[in-house]
Design a protein around this ligand. Structure first.
Ligand SMILES: [Zn+2]
Length: 110
């Protein structure tokens, strides 16, 4: 289990982009992935907005966080991982996690 925030997604966006498109940097449907890499690396990733990152990339999938329970876009989620392969299994927002905690405290089992 791990906390992921919009800022932590932004801070890692350049290295994640390079991991996906580098080191050969093929073209994308928006041009050169190398140019995008250079633009991302030139940003102050501690301060730049998600909107600016999304504008450079052309979509918001690299910064967007959505709760898998309520399907609401949020700025932080707890990620639960598959124990077998370590891939993300579920991302849950603070509000839904609070509901889970209440369920354990006061819920009645089916
Ligand atoms: Zn939620």
């Amino acid at each position: 289990m791990e906390l992921i925030t919009e800022r932590s997604r932004i801070k890692t966006v350049a290295e994640r982009w390079d991991a996906q498109y580098g080191p050969e940097f093929r073209s994308t449907n928006r041009g050169s992935s190398k140019e995008t890499s250079e633009k991302l690396h030139a940003l102050n990733l501690s301060k730049v907005s998600a909107a600016t990152v999304s504008k450079i990339i052309g979509n918001d999938t690299w910064t967007r966080l959505v709760c898998d329970e309520c399907l609401t876009p949020v700025t932080k989620v707890a990620v639960l991982y598959h124990p077998g392969d370590g891939t993300a299994a579920f991302e849950i927002c603070e509000s839904c996690a609070t509901k889970v905690k209440t369920l354990f405290k006061t819920g009645v089992a089916k």
